[in-house]
Design a protein around this ligand. Structure first.
Ligand code: NAD
Length: 352
């Protein structure tokens, strides 16, 4: 097992391993940076095949949170927790309370929130042992489901990209949405209200059918979505939608969606750029959710209620940042994702 010499560790401040045999907890908390403020990032529960896989994931995800938080213009660094275990069988209140003690022991250098495999009820168990857990329910500071804010940021990002690349308003667009769960489904509702035509798919046919019934979207298979006649391709499922196999099939001139890790690799980011597609870097356009969580953390710290006006101002600023990324990408003739990573690193370095 390697840590310090691993490329994944590069730039990290710390990696913490916690074990509580009685509670059944084995978890890692990676803190990439606290330059802009305390690290924040979700708690993921996943049955990693071995410790190295868990370490690599924690480090990869905490760095990504640093970049996302920096580009969202919130006073938070990047961190991530991975709990090793199967969320369908291994969850107990005692496990999450032990996680809360682990988070508390870091003295506020890291704030946790919801991620894959973890529910608000689990976070409530952790919260019994720590002040540093957001994603509460039934509290004046609670921010609720982040998906509507994420979807609204993506909608505005699509509007910006389509105006720049195609000179079209939302009402004249056809948007292909891959995955219509929380974010993709809300995005579909909003775009339909804007007058856009939609082509959607989902691994779960019932979800796709429900969205089609609400929005008039055409439903296609999860494979055919890559061939859809559309102006915009919006990945809103899991990572890796844009790959060497799928890029040549896309008819859309804009790729902009809510999913994390949309590009299979940095090389494919360059290929997207060279093919003349306008790509909205995922960690810039989908920052609405973390902005919403930051609103809750700020409210908890100040002992005030959740402030929707603060969230709106930050989402508007996030779209301005996306525009700056696209301007620089155009001026420097470099892929937008490269520009966005560089800007995030600059923002973090400037705060050090
Ligand atoms: P979700 O689980 O509610 O929705 C994802 C949907 O994608 C599901 O309905 C699933 O059936 C479908 N899906 C999975 N693989 C698919 C495939 N190959 N083809 C078609 N459909 C597929 O999740 P979500 O909260 O909507 O998040 C979607 C994406 O956005 C994820 O990548 C997530 O990390 C990212 N994200 C979400 C938020 C948020 O606020 N929820 C914020 C930032 C980023």
């Amino acid at each position: 097992m390697t840590i310090f010499s691993s490329p994944a560790f590069e730039g990290h401040e710390s990696l913490h391993a916690f074990h509580d045999a009685r509670a059944g907890l084995s978890c890692l908390i990676a803190i990439h940076s606290t330059a802009l403020g305390p690290a924040s990032g979700g708690v993921r529960m996943w049955p990693y095949p071995n410790d190295q896989a868990a370490i690599d994931d924690a480090l990869r995800l905490s760095r990504a949170m640093s970049y996302k938080n920096a580009m969202a213009g919130i006073a938070f660094g990047g961190g991530k927790t991975v709990v090793i275990g199967d969320s369908r069988t291994a969850k107990t209140p005692a496990l999450f309370e032990a996680l809360g003690r682990a988070v508390e022991s870091l003295g506020g250098r890291y704030w946790g929130a919801e991620d894959v495999g973890v529910s608000p009820a689990d976070l409530a168990d952790a919260r019994r042992a720590t002040r540093y857990m957001a994603g509460l329910e039934g509290h004046p500071a609670a921010s609720g489901d982040p998906s509507p804010v994420t979807a609204e940021g993506v909608r505005r990002g699509i509007a910006l990209c389509a105006r720049r690349r195609l000179g079209k308003p939302l009402s004249e667009l056809t948007v292909a949405i891959q995955g219509v769960g929380h974010v993709g489904g809300l995005l579909a509702d909003r775009l339909a209200a804007d007058g856009a035509r939609l082509v959607v798919c989902d691994l779960n046919p019932d979800i796709a059918a429900a969205v089609a019934a609400r929005t008039g979207a055409k439903v296609v298979s999860t494979d055919a979505i890559f061939d859809a006649e559309a102006d915009v391709f919006a990945p809103c499922a899991l990572g890796g939608a844009i790959s060497a196999a799928t890029l040549p099939r896309l008819k859309a001139k804009v790729v902009a969606g809510g999913a994390n890790n949309q590009l299979e690799s940095a090389e494919i980011g360059r290929a997207v750029f060279e093919a003349g597609l306008l790509y909205a870097p995922d960690f810039v356009i989908n920052g609405g959710g973390i902005i919403n969580v930051a609103a809750e953390i700020g409210a908890l710290q100040r002992g005030e209620p959740y402030d929707p006006a603060w969230v709106e101002a930050k989402v508007a600023a996030m779209i301005d940042t996306l525009e700056t990324v696209l301007d620089r990408s155009q001026a420097e003739r470099r892929p937008a994702d490269e520009i966005a990573v560089r800007m995030a690193k600059e923002r973090i370095a400037a705060a050090r």
